[in-house]
Write a protein that binds this ligand. Sequence first.
Ligand SMILES: [Zn+2]
Length: 226
Amino acid sequence: MFIDMHIHTRYSNDSHMELEDAIVYAKDIGLDGLCVTDHESMDAQAEAATLAQKHDFLVLVGMEVLTRQGDLLIFGLEEVPRPLMDAGALVREVTWRGGIAISAHPFRNNERGLGNHINQLSQLSGIEVLNGSTLAHHNLQALHLSRKLGLPGLGGSDAHQVDRIGRYVSVFPGRIRDLQDLIQAIKAHQVQPLAFKEGMGSLSPGVFQEPAVWTPFTCPAPGSMG
Ligand SMILES: [Zn+2]
C-alpha cells in the first residue's frame, strides 16, 4: 500500500488544506492512504473518521511534535504532549504507550531536524528519509543514518497544500487497516520509502511515475499489492 505519511491540514497553524480535498486528490493520484500529522494537534481526528468512511479511504491521525532537539512524527498518543519536551523523554513516553516516534526530516536546514541527536535515541522507530520539503542531499544524509542504525526509512510529502501530496510516500507490503497495523508494520520494518510523484504538480493526476533515478529503492508495480 502507498501511504503518504506526513501531511498538514488546516488544523496546523501553517496550512489551510481541507482534509477532504487532500483525500480526493490522494485517491486520484493512486495513493491508498494518508497520515495527517498536524503540528501539535490531533484536532483532525473526528473529521478524519467521518471522511475516511465517506470516501472509503484510509486516513490515520498522528502528530508532528517539536521537541527541544527537533521534530518527531508521533503515532499512537491520544493527547498532545507538553510543549518542547526533551526528544528522548518523548520517544520513551510514546514507546511506553505502544506508539511509535519517527524523526522528521532530520537534516533539513531549518533547525527543526533532530540531526545526529538521533544517535542518542535508542527507542526511535524510524527515520523520515524522503521528505518533500527537504533538499535531496539532506534526505540522503538521513538515508545513510537510517542504514547505519538499522532503522526503517520512511517517506512523506510534508504537504501543506494539496498538489504537494504524494511526492514521497511509504510503501507497505502488508495491509494497513488502522493505526495499530501502521505501528506494527513500522516496528517490524515492513516499510520502504518511495519517490511516488516527482516533479511536484507537473504530473497529471492518475499518472504513476516510476521512482526517481537517484532513489535506490525498488517497489512492486502499482496494483500488484494487496
Ligand atoms: Zn511537517
